[in-house]
Design a protein around this ligand. Structure first.
Ligand SMILES: [Zn+2]
Length: 485
């Protein structure tokens, strides 16, 4: 007996998805790469340029051409905001699955390799290079190709809603307003499939189970009204650099890099720890290897498990900018009057960002050394996210999909970054399950140069999504009312 129901022919499904990618999707994705539709934060003139409009029309047109009975494709607009593409596909079950993707892009960045460029699609070694194919243009194509392949075999499906937004790379600033306006159309999904996440390799299905939150702040220290000859002033006045070191040492152990404030610590849940341990066994040295360490530089630990826990469940600090320090070429022997540092703090997934911000602010500003002037400006904090636990049905479904398509187990691991829309959707749909997955694997380099989509992996992921959707409609639902006709 087929574990995914008697009516699904898996080889046929895979062939259909393969054909769809080869004969339709790849050509459209290449056209999509050519559109420089940078997210509004990186293109204040996005409305006038029309790039976003062209991108949403390109994907909407392709969606409309898909042979999916009963499908409704609409581009929704709100004044001054980027559009949202909404595709509704009726199903045999009353439950709704929401599939999420985004069509806005990161800016170009520099350093693209020979023959490669952000707005010029290049097919090379099974990869589609160019900005925005992997992050996250493929999502709409993947979702509908999965649905079309299932419908071609008459497989029963849940109602599916594909939502593709266009402000994700700007922190999903336009998404809340659209979600509010589309609340009735979207409904309350039992499952949210987010197609904008990472994969640890291209050999199996990866699920992102948590994200860290973020706190940005600027810390300023002023000790003099103007710069003074360092030979005359050092030893008499404190240096702003040393005061900053002392203040930072209040929140971060300078030897280990551990953040020491209690309000920033959370326990790693047992289930997550076990999942991360499994992921560490799969990834091994590739955990450290994904970071471009300079020759000879050591990672924070030899243990892949410790590094994964560090990078997904521990708070961390990075100083990302400075003011008041002259460039070396113009640095005279001067005791500097003031220095400001930009701080970027990552918060554990379940850490309360408000309490963390307060604790951080108190630690950095109380009793300044030498009564120096200390100012801290905080940006609004962003919460992290911890996925609600999968029901046994979804856990089995995901595992089976990975084994059937890849011949390997699915892997669950957190992501060290912050994705505002996940926390947003989690808050909006507290009773939903979340499957966050994607094609952003090793070297795919979303946001940097040489972004690529691994085409074979994208096809395999499409098949996995199809299997999970097919499973969804076959699960027992005791309280399932008859579907609306
Ligand atoms: Zn993305």
């Amino acid at each position: 007996m087929s574990p995914i129901g008697p009516s699904l022919d898996l080889p046929r499904l895979r062939r259909a998805i393969e054909r769809h990618w080869d004969h339709s999707i790849l050509e459209r994705l290449q056209a999509y790469v050519r559109i420089p539709n940078r997210s509004p934060a990186f293109d204040p003139g996005w409305q006038a340029s029309g790039h976003m409009e062209r991108a949403v029309q390109l994907i909407a047109e392709w969606c409309r051409a898909q042979p999916i009975p009963g499908m409704q494709v609409a581009v929704h607009r709100l004044p001054g905001l980027t559009p949202v593409l909404l595709v509704e596909v009726p199903g045999e079950r009353s439950e709704t699955v929401l599939l999420y993707g985004h069509l806005d892009k990161q800016p170009e960045f520099s350093g693209w390799g020979p023959g490669l460029a952000p707005w010029e699609p290049v097919l090379r070694d099974g990869k589609l290079y160019g900005r925005g194919a992997a992050d996250d243009g493929y999502a709409a194509f993947c979702a509908l190709a999965a649905l079309a392949a299932l419908q071609a075999q008459g497989v029963a499906l849940p109602r599916c809603v594909l939502l593709v937004e266009a402000s994700e790379e700007s922190g999903s600033i336009h998404l809340p307003a659209h979600l509010a306006a589309l609340a009735e159309r979207v409904g309350t999904p039992s499952l949210v499939v987010c197609l904008d996440a990472e994969c640890g390799n291209y050999d199996q299905l990866w699920c992102t189970t948590s994200l860290r939150g973020h706190l940005g702040a600027t810390l300023r220290v002023r000790v003099l009204t103007e710069g003074v000859h360092s030979g005359l002033a050092t030893g008499i006045a404190p240096t702003p650099f040393r005061i900053l070191e002392q203040l930072l040492a209040r929140i971060e152990n300078p030897v280990t890099g551990d953040l020491t404030l209690e309000e920033l610590q959370v326990p790693v849940p047992k289930d997550r720890f076990a999942e991360i341990a499994a992921a560490a066994r799969v990834l091994g040295e590739r955990v450290a290897g994904k970071v471009p360490l300079a020759p000879g530089v050591q990672a924070l630990s030899d243990s892949p498990l410790e590094l994964l826990i560090n990078g997904t469940w521990h708070p961390t600090l990075a100083v990302t900018g400075a003011e008041g320090l002259p460039p070396i070429g113009s640095a005279g022997n001067v005791l500097l009057p003031q220095i400001a540092l930009k701080l970027s703090v990552r918060l554990p997934p379940t850490c309360d960002p408000g309490a963390a911000a307060e604790a951080l602010s108190a630690a950095l500003t109380r009793d300044p050394p030498y009564d120096a002037e200390v100012h801290l400006e905080m940006e609004p904090p962003t919460a992290g996210w911890n996925a609600p636990p999968f029901t046994p049905h979804l856990a089995e479904s995901v595992q089976r999909a990975s084994r059937q398509i890849f011949g390997r187990d699915a892997v669950y691991v957190g992501c060290g970054g912050t994705i505002p829309f996940m926390a947003l959707l989690g808050e909006r749909f507290p009773a939903s399950e979340f499957l966050a997955t994607g094609v952003l694997g090793p070297q795919s380099n979303a946001h940097g140069p040489n972004e690529f989509l691994d085409i074979e992996y994208a096809k395999q992921l499409t098949a996995c999504i199809a299997l999970v959707l097919a499973d969804r409609a076959s699960r027992p639902m005791s309280s399932d009312p008859p579907p609306p006709r």
